[in-house]
Design a protein. Structure first.
Length: 164
């Protein structure tokens, strides 16, 4: 086992954990929260996202670790094998960084931050409903997209390591 294999293993592990996390939000957390009324939904999302925003250590290790692992994998592949032989690793890595992390940074974090700033107790029913509608549909739509991308990337990394 060489440094590229070790880098692939760490990338697979962290990307699969991130995939599981966002998949869980797609199929369990958000559908569960969707059963709540507007005020309960927004409050529940504030609470769950608040744990993440407070830099929960294992979450941060996994999430940031996946970025570091993928960037390291790309660099190690290019340095030790060369760009012409590692185009698939580079492509898969870039797809992960843009399709999972890019969507998170450009879509989910701003939506989450907006929800965190709401003073739910001061909003009337109409405002609560409007805030939920602005948030929930867009958040879920892009979470489904990043979940599929994360799954495809994880699968691709598994195929890469098994065909080396």
């Amino acid at each position: 086992m060489d440094i590229l294999d070790i880098s692939l293993i760490f990338s697979i592990l962290t990307c699969c954990l991130v995939t599981g996390f966002i998949f869980t939000y797609a199929v369990v957390v958000m559908p569960g929260l969707s059963k709540l009324n507007d005020k309960e939904f927004l409050r529940a999302f504030q609470v769950t996202d608040g744990i993440i925003q407070n830099n929960q250590p294992l979450f941060m290790l996994t999430w940031v670790g996946s970025i570091i692992a993928i960037l390291s994998l790309i660099l190690i592949a290019i340095v030790f094998i060369g760009i012409s032989k590692t185009w698939l690793i580079v492509l898969v890595g870039v797809v992960y960084l843009l399709g999972v992390q890019g969507i998170t940074i450009s879509i989910h974090i701003p939506l989450n931050n907006h929800i965190q700033q709401l003073n739910i107790d001061e909003l009337n029913e109409q405002n609560l409903s409007e805030e939920r509608k602005k948030f929930e549909k867009k958040w879920n739509h892009f979470n489904y997209i990043r979940t599929v991308i994360a799954f495809v990337v994880s699968l691709a990394l598994l195929i890469i390591i098994t065909t080396r």
